[in-house]
Ligand binder design. Structure first.
Ligand code: NDP
Length: 315
């Protein structure tokens, strides 16, 4: 089945939904394909305090439901599914959803966001879902009253550690350097939490666990101390990896300009990519900020730029 649309939005975080709001109001009748995590990364966070309009804070999933509802009310055609193939070599752009449905789009807004980065250890793969996680909000509950480790020294790691400290007996924050990257406020919060111990200068080398038939369980995190060279096992039941994110842009490789880390390159002060009528918004295009509000703002810009581009063609 083939379908022609004026504006296709790929991705559904704050950038995608906001692009939907603006593109709908511009009569572009946008179709939005939600992707693997409808609502994006905010749906796996807890309380969000810094998104304007919620004076008392609100949960990430609730905020995303609000923005989604607004996009739907204004006319965005939101569909579940994954875009599995794109051809941006000529217009209309050809995008395939779930390997079968073809959408031919006059303009495309990419808002595919970013995803958690992993340590890359073989044992991490073995125990993922059996004690290794990248989302404390999703999986923290399984570790109530137990000991866990969080790997990383940025705001995400410290937020995860603070969240887990409320549920768990003890949390180890394992960081590869002697200085944290996180904001000072977040550092203070962690240093003031009695059941969090920071393990400095330590590089995770193995997730230690037990396997019994199909059952697997984490029993520790092996770390190498950079200063002493000593290898020790921190006895924990869960390991939360919080070492940053990677842009979700694999599908666009070779089709548009990406930087060496895979982030989409856009023109200065613009969401325009190197391909006419193709725009990018959100975390996949914004490595320095990567905030929900900056993603929403770039979604707005992308829709306005798509509208202006399509209008200019008709003049
Ligand atoms: P960051 O890139 O800020 O931090 C990643 C951390 O992981 C760093 O401490 C880094 O160490 C460590 N790390 C990276 N790779 C490895 C590895 N292979 N092994 C061990 N450790 C590793 O990512 P975040 O997700 O924490 O934050 C991203 C952005 O989002 C930041 O701008 C942050 O401020 C923001 N943010 C804001 C929040 C808020 O305002 N509420 C909440 C969460 C994030 P090193 O320091 O040595 O490089």
């Amino acid at each position: 089945m083939e379908e022609n649309v004026k504006c296709l939005i790929i991705g559904s975080g704050p950038a995608g939904y906001t692009a939907g709001i603006y593109a709908s109001r511009a009569d572009l009748h946008p179709v939005l394909i939600e992707g693997m995590t409808p609502g994006g990364q905010l749906t796996i966070t807890t309380e969000v305090e810094n998104f304007p309009g919620y004076p008392n804070g609100k949960s990430g999933p609730e905020i995303m439901m609000d923005i989604r509802e607004q996009a739907v009310r204004l006319g965005t055609d939101i569909r579940t599914g994954m875009v599995t193939e794109v051809d941006f070599s000529q217009r209309p752009f050809r995008c395939v959803v779930e390997g079968e449905q073809v959408i031919l789009a006059d303009s495309v807004i990419i808002a595919t966001g970013a995803t958690a980065r992993w340590l890359g250890l073989e044992s991490e793969k073995t125990y993922r879902g059996f004690g290794v996680s990248a989302c404390a909000t999703c999986d923290g509950n399984f570790f109530r009253g137990r000991d866990v480790a969080v790997v990383g020294g940025g705001d995400t790691a410290l937020e995860e550690a603070a969240y887990l400290a409320k549920l768990c007996n003890k949390g180890y924050l394992v960081h590869r350097r002697a200085e944290l990257r996180a904001s000072k406020a977040m550092q203070q919060r962690v240093f003031n939490t009695p059941n969090i111990e920071v393990v400095w200068n330590s590089i995770p080398t193995e997730i230690v666990g037990e396997k019994k038939g199909f059952m697997k369980a984490v029993t520790g995190l092996k770390v190498n101390n950079k200063m002493t060279g000593n290898e020790t096992v921190i006895p924990v039941d869960g390991v939360f990896v919080a070492i940053g994110h990677m842009p979700v842009t694999d599908i666009f490789k070779g089709q548009i300009d990406l930087d060496e880390h895979g982030y989409i390159v856009t023109k200065p002060d613009s969401t325009a990519t190197n391909v006419d009528s193709l725009f990018a918004a959100g975390d996949g295009q914004d490595p320095p900020f990567r905030q929900a509000i900056t993603a929403a703002a770039s979604g707005c810009k992308a829709a306005i730029e798509a509208e202006r581009f399509l209008l200019a063609e008709t003049l």
